[in-house]
Design a protein around this ligand. Sequence first.
Ligand code: MRU
Length: 368
Amino acid sequence: MKINGKHQRTVWLGQDGWSVEILDQTKLPFDVQVISLTSMEQAAKAIKDMWVRGAPLIGAVAAYGIALGMKEDASDEHLQKCYDVLIDTRPTAINLKWALDRVFAELKHKSAEDRQTIAYQLAAHIADEDVQLCESIGENGLEIIKQIASNKPEGSTVNILTHCNAGWLATVDWGTAISPIYKAHEAGIKVHVWVDETRPRNQGLLTAFELGSHGVPHTLIADNVGGHLMQHGEVDLCIVGTDRTTAKGDVCNKIGTYLKALAAHDNKVPFYVALPSPTIDWTVYDGVKEIPIEQRSGEEQSHVYGIDPSGKLSWVNTAPKGTECGNYAFDVTPAKYVTGFITERGVCEATESALSAMFADLKAPEIA
Ligand code: MRU
């Protein structure tokens, strides 16, 4: 999508043909800075420290991380080390494992001489494929927005609530939950987005930044506002992303998603999850019991990052000194609260049978 009118992806190959460039998302939305990754360890740090974030983007950068690793040393031992270091970066989003398993399975039977070239090709393929999946999600989700618009008085606006950032910055391009919104906006449907701030990491600011860059009307709200808006008929539908969806359709996404789903259920507001197939973990069934929930530093809770009146980027403490902080990064929304999945192949119910029918060919997981 675009920044300042210029098309941009979130990860791309540097001009030297081997370094991997990313947008530093810790600086957004205040500053647009590019970082050049030149080693596997740096790619791992980029994922762990959230220079890049969002399940699909984490997967793509991990694949490029293996490529960088193969440039350094393409031995069997180093291939295994790259896998081990990268898999350890973040525990919840399954796209990380999906991408690493895919690249590892491809490389392990190849000669050391061939591994670097194949790894770069595969990483580029994973990135391009993500763009296609996300654009297809946009087209399939557009039909839902069109349908909702057609049920409203002519010329009225479709109000959509989203949580976290599941836009193009969380993927390679287009986004998952925001892709249908971009498509609807392009199609001339009047849309307005309620953007949850998404404390503590404020991914909602990234969503606001993206939507603003594309001229999509939106309003930034505190995380607890959505229930009130739904009670007052101000939300026509919710669309969120997912970091891992289980075989029976439970959805693990950014902390706070579950509460939005409960409010949507109580107010009969459709609650859709945009789901690219690499985000399905077929090996996991009960999301609440089985998905590991990342816990991050309490500093992310006690501090906020922003621009001070002098225009300087500042990191400010908002909590009483010494306060114990809990920072749970994700929660699980049981399938029963999900109206449907918007996938690259179409829209389906959030049930085991619907997911299996839609993706029968993908069900057998690849094991590294
Ligand atoms: O901690 P983050 O910023 O990596 O979490 C991102 C999310 O939770 C997104 O909603 C999710 O990855 C789906 S995005 C396409």
